[in-house]
Design a protein around this ligand. Structure first.
Ligand code: GLY
Ligand code: MN
Ligand code: MN
Length: 489
């Protein structure tokens, strides 16, 4: 009977979840709490780690860029707002009112007027109730508070960037960072301690030496973030699948009269259709010679014509980003030169994926593909010896993905539950020292590979990869075929 009651309650809960229409696949507060505990376990004795939220970045005048939380901050807290500080202590502390704690979160203050313009803020209560922190204060308490960093053997933080100002917030990140610098006696890059003219008490607690360590957190966070938990894998796999769906729809929709921007728009429409909030990095759509620019993001060629189109795009889903590239012929059929280069990159990628096994590292996936590319370029007469140093494959083959597209890691051997890319490429810019028939051909093929004890698993395999499979997919019809908008002058 008891089991039946529990079962009924579970079903009831699931129905409620389904009815309210919200996705339940966000990271849980238990996940973030577990990550803080894992970090604490790595910290040296008698140390304190201090993390700052990402700054708000201004686009122009009174328009800011869409805010994106610092990935380490998000990983450890789940907090998505700016002007915040996380302090983690290696050992338990005791407050003046005899409360025990080992972490403190400082958040941006509730402000009904500001929230009317820019949206809901969690505030102290929200951070306690929704993020599961026990000790939360407003940012201005960090400016005024009595954390005496000189009491700790080491104070860990990441190097600062330079872009922290938000004149609308009295406890903005500039003030929080400046206050911390004063407390740990770091020579300021901004000499004015009270840049906003506000009477914020800047307690200069530490005038004796503080042992500041700006390197260890990078290692600790890399060790944690490079291994994906099941909760993270769910989100990352979804981001990758969404990106593959974008590639498939574009394969069906593409025609020579399209522009690079339109191609980008179709990918990004599909991303949004499947609930991806953002792109994990600026979308790259380069036709012909434009594909030779590795991170080409202008995407402004107005007609694809007969070009190969290199499309490197990643959907970001609940913070986790994919990184998938396909290179396809705008007219639906690779010509002889395009196909020769494409097949060579494909073969190199196959070898790279096969090398994505436990114990290997990113040099192994790179070397596996590079040897094939060198031999192939020589056989095609593009280089004069397989050992020739050339610029046709100028980048590495593998990086980790996760909350960052180039995700934190320790540059060690591959371990189960890491997710890496395998992305060889050949780029032959116009004017290269080879037969002109190769000029303007750029091919990259990039897949997202899960490392397992049983070998590599290609998470983006839904998007066709073989030249023949791509050509077959390009013959299919697309939901965008019927899209017809009036011409504008
Ligand atoms: N999309 C960036 C990269 O492939 O690394
Ligand atoms: Mn990549
Ligand atoms: Mn990429």
């Amino acid at each position: 009977m008891k089991n039946l009651l529990i079962f009924s309650f579970l079903i009831f809960s699931i129905c409620i979840i389904a009815q309210d229409g919200t996705s339940q696949d966000y990271l849980s507060s238990e996940f973030h709490q577990g990550r803080r505990e894992a970090l604490r376990a790595k910290m040296p004795a008698n140390s304190v780690a201090v993390f700052f939220a990402n700054p708000v970045r201004n686009r122009a005048n009174d328009v800011d860029y869409v805010y994106h939380q610092d990935p380490d901050f998000y990983y450890l807290t789940g907090y998505k707002e700016p002007h915040a500080v996380l302090v983690i202590f290696s050992e338990e502390q005791v407050s003046e009112d005899a409360k025990k704690y080992d972490e403190v979160l400082y958040v941006q203050e509730k402000n009904p007027q500001a929230e009317m313009w820019t949206g809901y803020r969690l505030g102290v209560e929200g951070a306690i109730n929704e993020l599961g922190f026990n000790r939360v204060f407003n940012g201005k308490d960090f400016l005024n508070n009595a954390i005496n960093f000189s009491e700790f053997e080491s104070v860990l933080h990441k190097p600062f960037t330079n872009d922290y100002r938000d004149s609308r917030d009295p406890a903005d990140l500039a003030s929080l960072v400046q206050s911390f610098k004063n407390k740990v006696n770091i020579k300021s890059i901004q000499q004015n301690n009270d840049p906003l003219g506000l009477e914020v008490k800047q307690e200069i607690a530490a005038k004796k030496d503080v042992n500041v360590d700006t390197e260890s957190l990078y290692t600790y966070m890399g060790e944690l973030r490079q291994i994906k938990s099941p909760e993270e894998m769910k989100l990352l796999k979804k981001a990758v699948r969404i990106s593959a769906m974008g590639q498939i729809e574009v394969m069906k929709a593409m025609h020579p009269g399209m522009s690079e921007t339109e191609v980008q728009g179709i990918h990004e429409y599909v991303f949004k259709k499947y609930g991806s909030e953002y792109e994990g990095y600026p979308s790259i759509v380069g036709a012909g010679n434009n594909g030779c620019v590795l991170h080409y993001i202008e995407n402004n060629k107005t007609k694809l014509e007969q070009d190969l189109v290199l499309m490197d795009l990643g959907a970001e889903y609940h913070g986790y980003t994919a990184d998938v590239t396909r290179t396809i012929p705008a007219n639906g059929k690779y010509n002889a030169e395009q196909k020769a280069i494409y097949d060579l990159v494909y073969e190199a990628q196959e070898a790279g994926i096969a090398a994505a096994v436990v114990g290997n590292n990113s040099s192994d996936t790179h070397k596996a593909g590079l040897d094939i590319i060198n031999k192939g370029l020589y056989e095609l007469g593009i280089i004069s010896s397989p050992d020739e140093q050339h610029r046709y494959f100028p980048h590495g083959t593998s990086h980790h993905i996760g909350l960052d597209v180039h995700d934190l890691n320790t540059r060690g051997s591959f371990q189960p539950n890491m997710v890496i890319t395998v992305e060889p490429g050949i780029y032959i810019p116009e004017g290269s020292d080879c037969d002109e028939k190769w000029w303007g051909i750029a091919v990259r093929i990039e897949d997202d590979i899960l490392i397992t004890e049983n070998g590599p698993v290609n998470l983006s395999s839904e998007a066709p990869r073989r030249a023949e499979e791509i050509e077959a997919m390009m013959k299919k019809s697309s939901i965008f075929d019927k899209l017809s908008l009036p011409e504008l002058d």
